[in-house]
Ligand binder design. Structure first.
Ligand code: FNR
Length: 381
């Protein structure tokens, strides 16, 4: 299978599974416990049907303004860690493809290309995804990096005060950077293309953290150990509000799931929330973001922007989220599978396919702009 044979996100996933050593693929694909929430995040869209209007013409404008910047599609690339492990081009590929397509790119605190480099080289709208660490020096440094690199927004992730139980990662022994174990060695040997790139391209590191993490870039931790040893378990609303003030720019909270918390986010002055359960990687059994969207919109829809994050695999999923009032939809795996499958051309192709799906679905819905999408075009089963 080649990139040209990938016609949807599921196809990219198959190609990624083929190209990646098992520990790396399962880090991307896996989630917490029984992975019920991961599955539900996508299945939720099937409980709602679209009702089209016809004979309305086919001219479509898919652009939206979200977090104060225009986006060519109502689609954002959610922040994800460690991208140079998925393909040697890593964040450089994703940032370039996002900038070219005019989409928001979420840069993880745990990015494998520095915030400074991404800020200097890619003109598109960028947010820094902020992990609130125990180390106050590191927290201050991350904020300074986002300011120096002129990022457009900071997004505080609020669903990771402890790590979710990612059993696939335990089974494969996935760490960052990858560590050879007897079982993983076989998998690396079976993927010589990936392994060659890993060994011969720029050495893997997490440059934003380097100065603050003991042993520099040579630490090898599971993501679970990283969260549990490095992140602030007592993160609270006061700290979130303080961070917003220290940043002073567009501020978003990622990982809000209840209407009450959405109100609190508005109360502390957040400009936006990402309704998200971290792609099912944290609390298994958590409801799907799409299932919570309606009540959250009713609670804060007139006060702050709401972004639906997680489970998006089709353009029609995006339309359903927008019809309930979300400003945009955001996803991680939808572009990570494509990155792993084929680097920058892969990510470009995934964005193009989703763009076509969104455009075609809007045409078939009889909608000329995103603003015309409304609840009137949805029915709950
Ligand atoms: C993530 N996600 C994530 N979120 C975050 O705030 N900081 C991070 O560093 C990461 N890293 C990360 C790595 C990988 C491999 C995945 C799959 C996800 C969560 C991400 O931002 C987003 O919430 C989910 O990916 C949404 O679910 P979908 O779109 O993958 O179904």
């Amino acid at each position: 299978r080649k990139l040209a044979d990938c016609h949807n996100i599921a196809d990219f996933r198959e190609l990624a599974r083929h190209r990646l050593p098992a520990p790396v693929f399962h880090y991307i694909d896996g989630a917490a416990d029984d992975e019920m929430t991961r599955q539900r995040n996508t299945d939720a869209f099937a409980d709602v049907d679209l009702v089209p209007d016809v004979l309305a013409g086919s001219k479509v404008d898919t652009s939206v303004t979200v977090l104060g910047r225009e986006s060519a599609l109502p689609l954002m690339l959610s922040p994800t860690a460690l991208q140079r492990l998925f393909h040697w081009q890593g964040e450089r590929a994703v940032a370039a493809a996002a900038a070219e397509a005019g989409l928001w790119f979420g840069v993880s605190s745990l990015s494998s290309v520095s915030i400074a480099e991404i800020g200097a080289n890619y003109a598109g709208p960028k947010m820094l995804q902020y992990y609130y660490h125990k180390d106050r020096g590191l927290n201050a440094a991350l904020l300074d990096m986002a300011k120096d690199a002129r990022f457009d927004a900071v997004t505080l992730t609020v669903d990771t005060i402890v790590s979710g139980n990612r059993e696939r990662c335990k089974r494969t022994g996935f760490t960052s950077p990858p560590r050879l174990t007897p079982s993983s060695a076989l998998s690396y040997a079976g993927h010589p293309g990936w392994t060659w790139n890993y060994l011969t391209k720029e050495k893997f590191s997490l440059p934003n953290l380097e100065a603050h993490v003991a042993a520099g870039s040579n630490f090898a931790l599971s993501v679970q150990d990283y969260f549990n040893s490095m992140l602030e378990p007592e993160l609270d609303w006061a700290k979130a509000e303080r961070l917003r003030l220290d940043w002073g720019g567009t501020f978003c909270l990622k990982g809000i799931m209840s209407a009450a918390d959405a109100r609190r986010a508005a109360d502390i002055g957040a400009d936006a929330i990402m309704v998200s359960n971290h792609g099912g990687r944290q609390l298994d059994g958590s409801r799907a973001p799409f299932d919570q969207l309606d009540e959250i919109m009713q609670a804060v829809g007139d006060r702050i922007e709401v972004i639906l994050d997680g489970g998006i695999r089709r353009g029609s999923h995006v339309l359903k989220a927008l019809s309930l009032g979300a400003k945009a939809a955001s996803g991680g795996r939808l572009y990570l599978y494509a990155l792993a499958a084929g680097g920058e051309p892969g990510v470009r192709r995934a964005i193009a396919l989703l763009g076509e799906e969104i455009t075609r679905a809007m045409q078939l819905m009889g909608k000329h702009s995103v603003a015309e999408l409304s609840r009137d075009n949805l029915r709950f089963r």
